[in-house]
Write a protein that binds this ligand. Structure first.
Ligand code: GCB
Length: 607
C-alpha cells in the first residue's frame, strides 16, 4: 500500500468509528419526511458488495471500486461490467423484518443491502438534516450518495447521522447494509430464545432542524418535593450560549424563561403547585412546550415519583403492587417483528384486559409507540437492555456496546412517566466478570437517570443446599433497587405439585418481583392437568405458582412469561411448538388460553 493510501485508510477508519448519532430531542413529535415504503434490496451472503476478492473492504479504498454496492453504479456502455443493479431488484417494505416478508429469507442470517432514492428540498438554506433510523437489526452501515455516513450496532435502539452537506435536491440514493449475523461478542450474543429478525425493522425519517436546535431535555418531579419540576435542557449548534429558552405548560399556566450557560444548557426548576400527578388510575400527561429563538418542540409528559422503601415500591409515595405480564415485540397483527402503533395498542389492550398495571418489555427496547401508549394508558413499564444469558463479560468492546444501547434507550424514553425500571440484563451467570460488567452498567445508568429504579432478571437458587427452600444468592442483588428473578418451578424444575413443597428465604429487605414464571400450552389442546402442553397444565401451573409466590414476604409484583406465543428457533417440537415458544397466555393468532383467565381473576381480586 502506498503511504497516501495508508493515511487515507486511517482517516476513513477514524471517521467511521466516530460517526455518531447527534442527540435530537423528541423525534417522535417532530416534523419529518418519511423514507418508509418500498426499498430495493440485494441479498448478499458473501458480502460481495462490501469486500473485494482479497476480502478488503471497498470503503477503505481511496475511490471505491464500482463493484461496491454503496456506489450504486450502472454500466456506462454496453461493454462495461457491473454485476449488480439495485433498480432491477425486487423491493421490500421498510419498516419490517425480512424473514416474514420474503419466504426465501425466513431463516436467513447475513447481509442484505437496501436502497432508497429520493429528492429533498430543505425548508431553510441554513437548516441541518439528519437521517434517522428508529431501529435496524443488527449491524447497520449507512451510505448516502456513495459516501459512508456511519455504522450502528444493536437491533432495538434509534440512531441518526447528519447529512446536511451530502444531501442534494435531486436523486439522492441512501444505501444501507443490514447484517443480522449473530456474533459471540455482540449484545445479544449467539444464543437467545427469540427469532433473530433481520432488517430495517422500524421507521426511517429525514429530520430537518434549525442550525441551533433543542437536542436534549429531561424533566421530572423533584424527588423530595412533588410540587416542583426539575431537570435540564441543552442545545446543539453554533449559537448555544446565552440563548433564551421558554418552558411552558399551558394547562398549569406555567411559562418560565431561562438563559443557556456556556455549555448551551439550562437547569430547569419550576414550581407547579397545582400539578396532578401521573398514576396508573389517572395517567395525566401535560403538554409541555420548549421554545428557543430558532426551535420549538412539544411533548406530552406525565409527572410522578417512583421509589422503594424497604420491600415496598412507592408510586407517588404510595405502595403499589405490580400486576404485570412480559411481552416480546412481535406483531399480533401480521406476525414477525412488531413496529406499529396498532401492534402496540393490541398488546397493551390485552395486558389491560388481563388486569395488568405493569408490563415487562422483554428482552430489549421495544418501539417507541409502546412507551408513548403506556404513558397514555397508565401502564408502568420495565425496559430492558439485551444483555441476555452469557455474553462476553471480559470484552471491553462488548461492554461499550451494551452501554451504548442502554444510553440510546434512556435518551429516547427518559421523559416517559410509564417507565419506572431500567433492567440491566436477563438470567446472567454470577461470575466476577459479569458482576463487574453489570455493576458498571448500573452505575452508568444511575448517572444518566437518577430518578428511576434499577433491576435485572436474576436467578434463584437453593438456600443452604436445601432444594425445597429457595433464595437469591447473587452479588448483583446488592446493587439493584428491585430484586427480580425468573423461576420455572413446575416446568423446567419438576412438575407442578412441587410448587406446594417450596418455601422462600430471601435475605434482602428490598421489593421482590418475579420477572418470569410460566408453562407451555398449545391453544385448543385439552386434557388432564398433569399432561404437558394441555391448556389445563398451564392453568394448573398458574394456580399453584400464584399460591406459592404469595408466600414471599417481600413480593411486590410479577410479570409471568408471557402474553403471546412468540417465534423461537429453539422450540421445534412438531405439532405443538412448530417454532413457537408456547408459554403465551394468548396464541400467536390471538386466541386466549385458560390460564389467561386464571391470572385475570387473580389480578382482579388484588389491590
Ligand atoms: C427464560 C428466558 C426467556 C425464555 C424463557 C423460556 O428464562 O428469560 O427468554 O423464553 O425462559 O421460555 O424458557
Amino acid at each position: 500500500m502506498k503511504i497516501k493510501g495508508i493515511v487515507f485508510f486511517f482517516l476513513i477508519t477514524l471517521s467511521i468509528s466516530h460517526a455518531q448519532s447527534v442527540s435530537i430531542s423528541n423525534i417522535y413529535n417532530r416534523e419529518y419526511t418519511s423514507l418508509n415504503g418500498q426499498w430495493n434490496y440485494i441479498v448478499d451472503p458473501y458480502e460481495n458488495g462490501f469486500y473485494n476478492y482479497r476480502y478488503e473492504p471497498f470503503e477503505n479504498q481511496e475511490i471505491p471500486e464500482r463493484s461496491a454496492f454503496f456506489t450504486n453504479s450502472k454500466p456506462t456502455s454496453k461493454s462495461d461490467l457491473i454485476e449488480y443493479d439495485f433498480d432491477k431488484m425486487d423491493s421490500i417494505t421498510v419498516p419490517s423484518d425480512w424473514n416474514t416478508q420474503k419466504e426465501k429469507l425466513y431463516y436467513y442470517e447475513g447481509s442484505v443491502w437496501y436502497k432508497k432514492s429520493f429528492d429533498y428540498t430543505k425548508k431553510e438554506h441554513s437548516n441541518r438534516v439528519f437521517i434517522y433510523f428508529e431501529a435496524s437489526n443488527y449491524k447497520t452501515d449507512v451510505y448516502l450518495n456513495g459516501k459512508k455516513i456511519g455504522q450502528h450496532l444493536g437491533g432495538f435502539t434509534p440512531f441518526n447521522f447528519e447529512v446536511t452537506h451530502l444531501l442534494k435536491e435531486k436523486e439522492n440514493f441512501l444505501i444501507t447494509k443490514v447484517d443480522n449475523k449473530r456474533e459471540k461478542d455482540a449484545v445479544p450474543t449467539l444464543n437467545t430464545d427469540w427469532w433473530n429478525y433481520g432488517g430495517i425493522t422500524r421507521d426511517v425519517k429525514i429530520i430537518e432542524t434549525s442550525e441551533t436546535f433543542i437536542s436534549d431535555y429531561f424533566i421530572h418531579l423533584d424527588k423530595e418535593n412533588s410540587k416542583k419540576i426539575t431537570g435540564y435542557l441543552s442545545l446543539n449548534g453554533t449559537h448555544i450560549i446565552g440563548q433564551e429558552v421558554t418552558v411552558e405548560i399551558p394547562a398549569l399556566k406555567i411559562k418560565k424563561r431561562f438563559k443557556t450557560d456556556a455549555n448551551g444548557k439550562i437547569n430547569i426548576d419550576i414550581t407547579a403547585s397545582k400539578i396532578k400527578l401521573w398514576s396508573t388510575k389517572n395517567p395525566q400527561v401535560y403538554k409541555v412546550i420548549f421554545t428557543t429563538a430558532t426551535d420549538t418542540t412539544t411533548d406530552e409528559i406525565g409527572f410522578r415519583t417512583i421509589a422503594t422503601k424497604g420491600a415496598d415500591i412507592l408510586l407517588n409515595g404510595k405502595k403499589i403492587f405490580l400486576k404485570g405480564i412480559s411481552i416480546h415485540e412481535e406483531s399480533p397483527i401480521t406476525g414477525g417483528r412488531g413496529n406499529s402503533l396498532a401492534d402496540s395498542k393490541q398488546l397493551l389492550e390485552w395486558a389491560q384486559e388481563l388486569g395488568c398495571n405493569y408490563v415487562r418489555l422483554a428482552h430489549y427496547p421495544h418501539n417507541e409507540h409502546m412507551l408513548r401508549l403506556a404513558d397514555k394508558m397508565g401502564i408502568l413499564v420495565w425496559e430492558e437492555n439485551p444483555v441476555y444469558w452469557t455474553i462476553s463479560w471480559d470484552n471491553e468492546s462488548t461492554y461499550d456496546n451494551a452501554k451504548n444501547q442502554l444510553s440510546e434507550v434512556i435518551q429516547r424514553d427518559k421523559n416517559r412517566a410509564s417507565v419506572i425500571i431500567w433492567s440491566m440484563a436477563n438470567e446472567t451467570p454470577t461470575t466476577d466478570a459479569r458482576n463487574t460488567f453489570l455493576t458498571r452498567l448500573a452505575k452508568y445508568t444511575k448517572e444518566q437517570d437518577p430518578t428511576r429504579l434499577i433491576s435485572a432478571a436474576l436467578e434463584q437458587s437453593n438456600y443452604e443446599g436445601n432444594p425445597l427452600v429457595r433464595t437469591i444468592h447473587d452479588p448483583f442483588a446488592e446493587v439493584v433497587d428491585i430484586l427480580s428473578f425468573n423461576q420455572y418451578i413446575g416446568w423446567y424444575d419438576g412438575t407442578i405439585e412441587k410448587c406446594q413443597t417450596i418455601s422462600w428465604n430471601i435475605q434482602y429487605n428490598k421489593p421482590v418481583l418475579i420477572s418470569e414464571f410460566g408453562a407451555g400450552a398449545k391453544f385448543g389442546l385439552h386434557g388432564p392437568k398433569e399432561e404437558r402442553w394441555n391448556e389445563e397444565y398451564q392453568e394448573y401451573l398458574y394456580e399453584e405458582t400464584l399460591k406459592m409466590i404469595d408466600k414471599i414476604d417481600q413480593l411486590s409484583g410479577f410479570s409471568p412469561w408471557i402474553l403471546v406465543d412468540f417465534r423461537s428457533p429453539r422450540r421445534l417440537l412438531p405439532e405443538i411448538q412448530d417454532e413457537y415458544n408456547r408459554k403465551g397466555l394468548i396464541s400467536e393468532k390471538g386466541e386466549k388460553k385458560k390460564a389467561f383467565y386464571t391470572l385475570q381473576k387473580y389480578y382482579n381480586n388484588k389491590n
